[in-house]
Design a protein around this ligand. Structure first.
Ligand SMILES: *Cc1c(COP(=O)(O)O)cnc(C)c1O
Length: 469
């Protein structure tokens, strides 16, 4: 009997599913297009100014939006809310040492708290801070401390269509040229991000991290890591770099961090918590300075602006975040959405990033000039179409040049469709993909926007816009 049957399923393909099941749900509300028209107008065409309850699928950010596990929720009940010396701090410190490999840990309320400390401790007025593409909050703290950020990422990072597997890499020639030009004493550290958010969630190779370290050792310059999505970076190294295939993501992470002298961390991303961050350093003198400063800005050095329970959720989140099945499902869901859109010809940044799919607004709206905010318009259109919230990563996010006051015109004009961890199902991805394809199909009709209110710092969070004509 068996011989006469024809197999219909493609037996070479075996699917995998998320390594968790849902225990609690939060309702999400579908709205009408008329209602959404009113909402986006009232929000000044800025998706940051929408109310969350008016959003159906919230892909604004992966920051603080993860679903915590039952173990993390149980950990909240074990919060030791002592002002000083909470046992949860020591658990966090132990796990940062074990999984990231740094010696000294300062907790902070979130990533920018750590960015503030590290910038104040390392940077002097007139310094230059080279990095593999700017990040909004990272750069503003470097500038407020008196530094000038200099982009030394490889050229491929600025090309949304380049298939380079490690578009987050530092261009070693650009880095060395800068050091030669300004002198190593004016370069307090190299600001290395993994993965690179603004380039589209693109990874840095292990070979590149090793080479950056070697180069910097020659000049006595430390390398500091923005470790916010370093685990996603480690996963990409395993997938794409020779020699790492069979390794555990946890091992790769540890090796990667070993090429750096410390890190700052937004635990709201990789670490699967709703709030938290840390600064970790190997240099004891710099740690002493940071630990002193944290008392001024965040709280005592064993809580850093967090409750004991938050520290416990972070300590447990670190362990879960390096699990191989977790990270495969996390990046795999982003890939699923990206591949669906690519299959329909929607213009995206390739390769698909680790935390988000980045839509190429220049190719959606070639008829809208960059100073008419094409990516901002695209994010508004996606919301109007299906109540899906995304975020602009283009000229509005890039802000103004502090010296000239002009817009900075980034090569990349993108919309980030960011996937929270462990929150949405494949069906949510399907609804999102169909809405984006619909907007792509009608792209010729869209018009630009103009600013009506612009705050001084990190303007994209609070700016208000209106249709340009
Ligand atoms: C989110 C983020 C930060 C800042 O962290 P917050 O927790 O939002 O303050 C820094 N670097 C990168 C790459 C980020 O994505």
């Amino acid at each position: 009997m068996a011989e006469s049957r024809t197999r219909i399923r493609d037996a070479s393909r075996r699917s995998w599913a998320e390594p968790w099941k849902v225990k609690m749900v939060e309702p999400a509300r579908w709205t009408t297009r008329d209602y959404r028209e009113k909402c986006i107008r009232e929000a000044g065409y800025n998706t940051f100014l929408l109310r969350s309850e008016d959003v159906y699928i919230d892909l604004l950010t992966d920051s603080g939006t993860s679903a915590m596990s039952d173990s993390q929720w149980a950990g909240l009940m074990l919060g030791d809310e002592a002002y000083a010396g909470s046992r949860n701090f020591y658990h966090l410190e132990e796990n940062v040492r074990k999984y990231y490999g740094y010696q000294y840990v300062v907790p902070t309320h979130q990533g920018r708290g750590a960015e503030h400390l590290v910038s104040q401790v390392y940077i002097k007025q007139g310094d230059y801070v080279p990095g593999n593409m700017y990040f909004t909050t990272t750069r503003i703290h470097q500038e407020l401390a008196g530094g000038t950020f200099v982009d030394v990422i490889v050229d491929e990072a600025h090309d949304p269509q380049s298939e380079h597997p490690f578009k987050g890499n530092v261009d070693l020639d650009k880095l060395e040229d800068l050091i030669q030009e300004v002198g190593s004493e004016r370069v307090p550290y190299v600001s290395l991000a993994a993965t690179v958010n603004m380039a589209g969630g693109q990874p840095v190779s292990m070979a590149n991290a090793r080479a950056v370290r070697e180069l910097c050792d020659g000049y006595g310059i430390p390398v500091l890591l923005d470790a916010t999505r370093a685990i996603e970076n480690a996963y990409f190294i395993r997938q794409r770099e020779e020699g790492y295939r069979g390794k555990k993501v946890a091992e790769i992470l540890l090796e990667f961090c070993s090429y750096t002298h410390g890190c700052w961390m937004s635990a709201k991303k990789d670490t699967l918590v709703n709030i938290g961050g840390w600064l970790a350093l190997n240099d004891q003198a710099k740690f002493d300075d940071a630990r002193n400063l944290v008392v001024v800005y965040e709280g005592l050095h064993t809580y850093g602006g967090l409750a004991g329970r938050d520290l416990e959720a972070m300590a447990r989140g670190i362990e879960e975040s390096v699990d191989d099945d977790h990270i495969r499902a996390r990046v795999g869901q982003v890939e699923y959405l990206g591949n669906k859109l690519l299959g329909w010809g929607v213009p995206l940044v390739v390769p698909i990033g680790g935390h988000a799919v980045f839509l190429d607004a220049r190719r959606f709206y070639p008829h809208i000039p960059q100073d008419r905010f094409p990516a901002q318009r695209l994010a508004a259109e996606i919301y109007l179409e299906a109540g899906v919230r995304t975020m602009e990563r283009g000229i509005l996010s890039a802000g103004r040049d502090p010296a000239t006051g002009d817009h900075r015109y980034p090569k990349l004009e993108l919309v980030r469709v960011t996937i929270p961890r462990r929150v949405y199902t494949q069906a949510h991805m399907d609804v999102t993909a169909e809405a984006i394809e619909e907007v792509w199909w009608r792209a010729g009709e869209a018009k630009g926007l103009r600013l009506v209110y612009e705050p001084k710092y990190l303007r994209f969070f609070q700016a208000r816009l209106e249709p340009a004509e």
